[in-house]
Structure formats: structure tokens, C-alpha cells
Design a protein around this ligand. Sequence first.
Ligand code: SF4
Length: 326
Amino acid sequence: MVRPGVPAPNLAPLMGTEVLRERGGVRYHELKARSLLNRCDSPRMPFQWTVNPYRGCAMGCRYCYAAYTHGFMGIDTPEDFHSVVYVKTGAEAETARRLLPIARKGDLVALGTATDPYQPAEAEARITRRFLETVAGLRRVRLGITTKGALILRDLDLLRRIHERSRLSVHVSLISLDAGLLRRVEPWAPPPEVRLEVMRRLAEAGIRVALSVAPVLPLVTDGEAGLDALFAAASATGVRSASCNILFLRSPTREKYLRWLGREFPRHLAAYEEAYAGRVYLGGRYRERLLTLVARLREKHGLADAFARERAARSPQAPSQLRLWS
Ligand code: SF4
């Protein structure tokens, strides 16, 4: 079982001891689960099944859209999404039983849509690893993994095996190269150079790896120079595709994020309050401008659209930026 504050041996050099010490405050609880697989019927999503081995996520991102899911556990303070983490146990047998027909049907399984599968708890709980062991025993599973966590490198053996037998893509989430900014906005996630190293190691191992710029924070990380540098750095690691989506602000993340913005970027607060008034997402001209910029940067740096295939298969009209692939 997870012992809070006990990191995997390889994490200290990668993430720094200060970050690891802060994580000692996270409380972990066991959550008995029948299966890790959850059906996703939304036509806006490019996947049909989700797997989230944890409820809550200790990475602490200020913009994390999934904070509302702790409400289902009777917890309404968004900050607790990062300090109370439930570890799903007992789901191996049913998950394995359900996965076989899913693979046969060709459905896409997304690992890490609402919480990071390689957050610190995974160092000991190994729920993600056990799920990957199940996948590695099958063929023709379509699996996408989204993570910020360097711990994914622990599982390179399994990822290689899955890559050989199935269709695997790993989406490494990185919204900026500005380490100081990321320390404030994603306080317990690995710094950008670590995530670039993760991309490089995965690409070297022959695994299909994508840059996930999710979310773009309006006025904070949406500048052309910063995104250009980010796409260039990812491309140099061997990443061959990229995706992005715009900040989605629903309650209680909305209040939490705007409180943070008011402290860190007070000059932007009024613009956010106006732009997001009565909506959870920025569409219209802002979206058009950003998509045009991202398309241009993708072309400049030789990066494909990471979800072109899924989008084309599901619905050419589906608005890609509504995808919540955290
Ligand atoms: S955005 Fe992703 S990594 Fe950050 S707290 Fe939420 S689930 Fe965790």
C-alpha cells in the first residue's frame, strides 16, 4: 500500500527533494473498485473508454478541470483534489475480463483522463503498472496514455511490449518551457526539462510520443514565442505529433484558478472575468487564432496533429478543442 512521502528511488534526482518533501502531506485512501475501465459515450471525445487508477491527483495543477470529481466523494474544496488521493484496488480481474472484448472491437482506451496515472502514489501502489501488465498480455489494444510524470520511464519494458503488440501512444503534457511559471501553476509536477527528457527516452525506445499542450492558458502561456520554443524543444526530442486545448473553467476549478490568477497575474483577472463570463470555454475568434497559430507551429516543426486519426474516424465536425485529455 502507498506510504505517503516515500518516493521511488529514481524520483529524487529527477524532481528534487523539495518537491518530494511537499508531497508528504498528501493523504491516501484505498478505494475498492470493481473495474478500472469506464465507458465514455461523449461524441466530443476521441476515446471510448477511460482508465484512471487514482481519484485525486497530487500534481497540484491550478487549472485541473477534474477537481469537481472529488464532489462525488463528498469533498467540495478543490484544493483537496490534490491532497486527498484515492487509490483504486481490487479491480485487476474484472478489468482484464472487460479489456479483451474492447481490444477485439478496436475501441480506444485513454489512460489518465482525469488524474495522472504516474503521480507520486504510483511509485508504490503500482496500479498503473498492473493495468499495463494486463494490456501487455493482449494484442491489438488501442491505448493512449497522458501524463506529466517521469515515473513512466519505470515502465519502459511494458510500453515497448505494448507498442510491439498493440497500438500505443503516449501524450506527455507540457504547457510551457518556463520552469518558474510551471513551478507556480503546476507546483508538484516535474519541471519542463524532465518532461522533455521523458519524451526523448520514449521516442528513443521507438514509442509513439506526442506533446500535449493542455491546457493553453489565455494571456499566460498563449504567446507565439513561448509556444514556438515549446514545439521546437519537443520536436528536437523525437516527438512527432502535438495537440492542444484551451483552458476549460467550470466550478470549482474556475474559482480556484481565478483566485490563483488574481494572486499571480492580477493584471489579467479582469480580462478573464469578462472573457469567461457565462461560459466555460473560449471559442470564437480566440479559438480560431490559437488553432491557426498551432497549425502553423506544427508545420514549422514537423509535428502532426496527434488526434487527426481519431477525430476523422469519429466526426469531422467534432470541435477538437473541447477534448478534455488532461
Ligand atoms: S491537470 Fe493532470 S497532472 Fe495536473 S492535477 Fe490535474 S490530473 Fe493531475
